[in-house]
Design a protein around this ligand. Structure first.
Ligand code: F3S
Length: 83
């Protein structure tokens, strides 16, 4: 399983992730990215559907600040739980 969240402390609102993975990431009022999977609330607790793994990987590798966090376990909103 894969879980993801955006570390908003390091996101610089560059916008690459929403372009690469529009089904997973969108932006808040400040332009900072967040996980929009239903029920996730950018906590990294909802399993990313397998058909979106490629998008997720593209967003992960494309983020210039490493703010797209991924884990095989739920992260409960804590970016430090990323793997
Ligand atoms: Fe922010 Fe990285 Fe996306 S800087 S807007 S999380 S590509």
């Amino acid at each position: 399983a894969k879980y993801t969240l955006v570390d908003k402390e390091t996101c610089i609102a560059c916008g690459a992730c929403g372009a690469a993975a529009p089904d997973i990431f969108d932006y808040d009022d400040e332009g900072l990215a967040e996980n929009i999977l239903e029920g996730d609330d950018n906590r990294g607790v909802v399993e990313v559907p397998e058909e979106l793994y490629e998008e997720l990987e593209d967003a992960h590798t494309g983020c210039p600040t490493g703010s797209i966090k991924i884990s095989s376990q739920p992260m409960d909103g804590d970016p430090d739980k990323a793997e």
